[in-house]
Design a protein around this ligand. Sequence first.
Ligand code: URP
Ligand code: ZN
Ligand code: ZN
Ligand code: ZN
Length: 464
Amino acid sequence: MQFDTIIRGGTVVTAGDTFVSDVGIRDGRIAALAARLEGASEIIEAKGLYVMPGGIDSHVHLDQPSGDGIVMADDFASGTRSAAIGGNTTILAFCMQQKGQSLREALKDYHARAEGKCHVDTSFHLVITDPTPEVLGQELPALVEDGYTSLKVFMTYEGLRLRDDEILATLDTARRTGALVMVHCENEDAIRYLIGRHEQEGKLAPRYHASTRPVAAEREATHRALSLAEIVDVPIVIVHVSNREAMEEIRRARQRGQKVAGETCPQYLMLTAEDLDQEALEGAKYVCSPPPRDKASQDACWEGLEQNVFDLFSSDHCPFRFDDPEGKLNEKGKRHFRWIPNGIPGVGSRLPILFSEGVMKGRIDLNQFVRLASTNHAKLYGLYPRKGTIAIGSDADITLWDPERECVLTNDMLQHGADYTPYEGTVLKGWPVRTILRGKTIVSDNTLRVQSSGQYLPRGRSGI
Ligand code: URP
Ligand code: ZN
Ligand code: ZN
Ligand code: ZN
């Protein structure tokens, strides 16, 4: 037999092309693309289906410990199961440094959490919360050489945020080492001030999470992050952009000649601040940062996806159970929005939403879908061309999409650990009917077929 598997008669879609072809797979890699291939022990009929690179979700939080007893709803097993169900073959999760902890210690902890559990391929971004001279001078350069080539810094969250001088030092290290820095842009001092004012006024319900994190706080921090990157002359990624004003900062920086990548997420297309304003604290389900905004912001984010202001469409999956005293409804969070853990589930629903709302509603074409779902993530984070495309020699990470499959999204379908999806009841057209990881079908008929076959991926430098 020439091939292990042939995917027969589907429409192959890559970042740049759409063509009907058979795909021959051997030893986990794509070995041939041709109108007709013969000689395989397995034939997968794909007539009428789109044959696309497996999704890459480059912004996922799993099994992240927190100091105050809050427990995340997904570990690496359940989170990557949901990812696979939703058409992904790779995720990039965060490895968060605790204050006083070395990066190596943080990595040891996260590798132990992920080891043997992942159903899709996985790699880690480092989160720098304690940029000591030792961390930036010795540890980080060595880790970049070892394939940990991206990191995130926070401008918000007490205890996690970095000062501007610390961000500059981190960016400067990134420039020297070739690492890529992702920045969470919100002005923490402004937010803290507004929280204080809300407290004086007794405004403590979930909906006030949104009003203490206004657009101006995100726009200002986005502008500042871009300015800091310009000062040390290094590319950056602005993650989870929620509105037009922050998005325009990215456009302007590019016009100045800066290298910047932008990311938005499903919550900024599908939710608004009004979702936080519900009876019985149900609004807690939608608490994330930056918060969802309004209809005009949703339209702006779509525009950014259509016009390539955003290179990345990621989930920012950060799941907590609603009905859980260690989750969204912890005792303190019931009394004050600031203790509701930030984040919502979305790793399984990201691609079906983008396909249905984007492709099927005519907002983006199939190739743009592939770029936003997979290719750009691989290029930006040093996985291309092993991942993110359908080409000879690439890993056979392939998702088959049925554009005719219609369904109503329910939490059960997503098979994550959270007890809700913010997108319950969304009518979807198009569904990932088979997910193939390095040549093996890991999901078909919405069922995980192969356990724990994900591998850890050391990465190269960014292709930004
Ligand atoms: O609310 C959010 N986005 N939680 C996840 C952590 C982060 O800021 O990305
Ligand atoms: Zn963030
Ligand atoms: Zn500005
Ligand atoms: Zn995040």
